[in-house]
Design a binder for this molecule. Sequence first.
Ligand code: ADP
Ligand code: MG
Length: 282
Amino acid sequence: MSRSGVKERAARGARVPEPDKEKAMATAEILSIDRTTNDRPTNDRPANWGAPDSCMIATEDLWKTYDMGSEQQVHALQGVNLRIRRNEYVAIMGPSGSGKSTLMNLIGCLDSPSKGQYWLNGQLVSELDDDELARIRNKEIGFVFQTFNLLARATSLHNVELPLIYAGIGGMERIERAKAALASVGMESRMSHKPNELSGGQRQRVAIARALVNKPAILLADEPTGNLDSQTGKEIMALFDRLHAEGNTIVLVTHEHDVAEYAHRIIYIKDGVVARDEVKER
Ligand code: ADP
Ligand code: MG
């Protein structure tokens, strides 16, 4: 058909074959199928890359964009793909500003991704609203922070009881469980102390007891030794080692190599993506 013939038919409303456009559409369709079924052929996925709902943590193309107003945006995460299995002990490292805390906040259900999917313990949580996220967080996540984040005016016992109060657990059971959690981190003799009556290491132990008291699926720690002297840091890391040996799944952020050495796997984040993933021989 001549060019003018095509134009004529188009003008009359007939369908004009457009091979390039059809090809582009077919390609787009294949790409979108690929995304949803997660079997696109890439080299960066190990052979044991599990189905997302069979892992403790699974993310697919996870993005977090912060809107700073006046059309300014920060792409803190730019497509993170992760698989972490039950009872893994993972350290996350990377330069300042690379997105480590943002990733921890998403994994810890403190925030929602801008794009992409996140499964926690078999459940797709990236679609949940804030109330549902809060429930999941209380049930599945234990969080430990660099600055401990204890209630200043509350005793150790009360600080550890708090997650149980949110979970709706009644008086006697609550106290028994909080006491047991404090005992498990060696703090049974400091139950009625307030944070300012405790050393940094003791405060972090109380914070770890609080993180564990709901028996969460994973323990997340963002620079847990960042505010501690090196000897106290070692004691806290020995505690994490024991918790891992007892079956806990642990993900911690650190910028210290000797802290990361305690973990069995190190994930390096750079510019909002996984730059390297090293699993150590056991
Ligand atoms: P890291 O923990 O690796 O130092 P972050 O996850 O804190 O990095 O930050 C990643 C990027 O996102 C940085 O550029 C930071 O400035 C930006 N960022 C983090 N939190 C916010 C926020 N609440 N609002 C805007 N930008 C943020
Ligand atoms: Mg950080």
